[in-house]
Design a binder for this molecule. Structure first.
Ligand code: GLC
Length: 543
């Protein structure tokens, strides 16, 4: 089995992970200095969101040089040192490849914009407008669906396409030189020793050559979530051949931001396109057993027949953190504040156990292991055009006033910290063996030690209302995962032969190592294994 099927990947958002020089912005030496946290936690790989030179219109997803490090975040030498140290610790490194668009400050776009006869004009998508000064078609841009995905360039009298902000012009992959240049970017990082890529909105690198209007029934949806054409698959096969030409199992995981699992599944090709694609429904799903069951059913139904390996993700830099999402939804549903205070962490603990017990490659987002909520960002501190600052708050390392982000010359972190991080920080939670941080660590250790969890089969089981149940592995050695998504205890008896099964992991720690009682506490998730016949997982508490 290739390493990436066996791995748990930790997503680092470099600007908010750790700051080595006190300028209030996280950087690559900061990541390097804290790799021991990832090794201690027990993940297998890290994925770095963009750290390339960028005017920061989209916080690094507007790249102005694909083959360098933003000076605020370090140097190429820092990157090399980070990869070397990570590899020494047994951690693989993935970097973000942003192939759909560049920054408008990228020299390619500067050249393309210089006039209709520029040799690089065709590297981007330029069109004449429609009569009446209208854009070439009705495609909507991503962060403001009321705004067109086109901007007018007065000097040349043409419009250029941007599925995201006007500062992020879309590359024209119909131009062979663009494909060649973006392959060179892959080679640049592969040659530096990266183990793979996370490919940003990669389903958008092919466009219908006729650029037809989106149908009226999808009005209000950005074109980025609708773009789904055959040309992209050919391009992904070429990327895959490039990666396969390198030694070692280099991996590419695609952000295929289409709304249906069936569509996403096509981007695995016949085992010759993406190795992995993000599966976002669980990240958007409410804390509800039926919703989770449907996510699992869809993944098994769509990926199973293709022999495509699933991924699982609860959080990333683009969405409210699970704790914030679940709490908000509960408040909207009328949950009173006292109940919310009681259930808030229990829900994300149970979600963590679920995520790490599923068949497929889990991705964790920095701070998920602390059960962080989004920071409250006052209007005057808001920066992101997509309104995503809250989930990008700096990671609190300790309980001191600066939480491990020592200010130099009075600088403060670029975003405020989340609430509660006087106690909810890495040092404090590492010192408490009952904390959510230790739950993540135990879950990761269990997964690492268990072939059943890493690669065993998976089958949904019938369960009482509000309970998600699935089996991992087959025959008498199979394990059972039970997740109570309600705020009340639920009796869920398990049929067992050969002795009462044992709780190997409990989201609240209660009953771990003991025979399963047949009752789940409110918002409790448990992983239950047959009695006997398993190796003990490491539980050392030192950080
Ligand atoms: C992806 C990134 C997001 C970015 C967008 C445009 O969705 O995850 O952060 O804004 O692409 O690059």
């Amino acid at each position: 089995m290739p390493w990436w099927q066996d791995a748990v990947v930790y997503h680092v958002y470099p600007r908010s992970f750790a700051d080595s020089d006190g300028d209030g912005v996280g950087d690559l030496p900061g990541v390097r200095a804290h790799l021991d946290h990832l090794a201690w936690l027990g993940v297998d790989a890290l994925w770095l969101s963009p750290f390339y030179p960028s005017p920061l219109a989209d916080f690094g997803y507007d790249v102005s040089d694909y083959c360098d490090v933003d000076p605020r975040l370090g140097t190429l030498a820092d990157f090399d040192a980070l990869v070397a140290d990570a590899h020494d610790l047994g951690l693989r490194v993935l970097v973000d490849w942003v192939p759909n668009h560049t920054s408008d400050q990228h020299p390619w776009f500067v050249a393309a914009r210089s006039g209709r006869t520029s040799p690089q004009r065709n590297w981007y998508v330029w069109r004449d407008g429609r009569p009446g000064g209208q854009p070439p078609n009705n495609w909507a841009s991503a962060f403001d669906p009321a705004a067109p995905a086109w901007s007018y360039d007065p000097p040349s009298g043409q419009w250029y396409l941007h599925l995201f902000t006007p500062d992020q012009p879309d590359l024209n992959w119909d131009e062979p030189a663009v494909e060649a240049a973006m392959h060179d970017v892959l080679r640049f990082w592969l040659d530096r020793g990266v183990d793979g890529f996370r490919a940003d909105v990669v389903h958008a690198i092919g466009k219908d050559p006729l650029l037809p209007d989106d149908p009226p029934e999808v009005a209000g949806l950005p074109h980025a979530v609708l773009n789904d054409v055959d040309q992209t698959h050919e391009r992904l096969r070429a990327v895959r051949r490039l990666l396969d030409g390198y030694p070692g199992d280099r991996v590419i995981v695609g952000e295929v931001y289409l709304l249906e699992t069936a569509r996403v599944a096509r981007y695995y090709g016949r085992g010759d396109e993406l190795h992995l694609a993000f599966n976002f429904p669980p990240l958007l799903a409410p804390w509800d057993a039926d919703a989770w069951r449907e996510c699992i059913r869809a993944v098994e139904a769509e990926l199973g027949p293709r022999d495509a390996w699933p991924t699982w993700v609860l959080a990333n830099h683009d969405n409210a953190r699970p704790r914030t999402r679940y709490d908000r939804a509960a408040a909207t549903a009328g949950e009173d504040p006292a109940t919310r205070a009681r259930r808030s962490e229990a829900r994300v603990r149970a979600a963590a156990v679920t995520l790490l017990a599923l068949r497929g490659t889990p991705f964790l987002y920095q701070g998920e292991e602390l059960g962080l909520e989004d920071a409250e960002v006052p209007d005057e501190q808001r920066l992101d055009p997509g309104g995503r600052d809250g989930c990008r708050a700096p990671l609190p390392w300790d309980s001191s006033d600066d939480h491990g982000w020592p200010p130099v010359g009075g600088s403060r972190p670029w975003l405020p910290f989340p609430a509660g991080c006087a106690t909810r920080n890495i040092a404090s939670l590492a010192a408490d063996p009952t904390s959510i941080l230790h739950l993540y660590r135990r879950a990761l250790a269990l997964r690492r030690s268990s072939g059943v969890l890493r690669s065993g089969g998976q089958e949904l089981l019938d369960a009482p209302d509000g309970v998600l149940a699935f089996r991992r592995g087959d025959g008498p050695g199979a394990w059972t995962v039970l997740v109570n998504t309600t705020g009340n205890a639920r009796a869920v008896p398990l049929e067992a032969s050969g002795g009462r099964p044992v709780v190997r992991l409990a989201s609240d720690g209660v009953g771990e190592g003991s025979p399963y009682s047949g009752v789940l506490a409110a918002d409790q998730a448990v992983v239950v294994a047959p009695a006997g016949g398993f190796a003990a997982a490491g539980t050392g508490a030192e950080h």
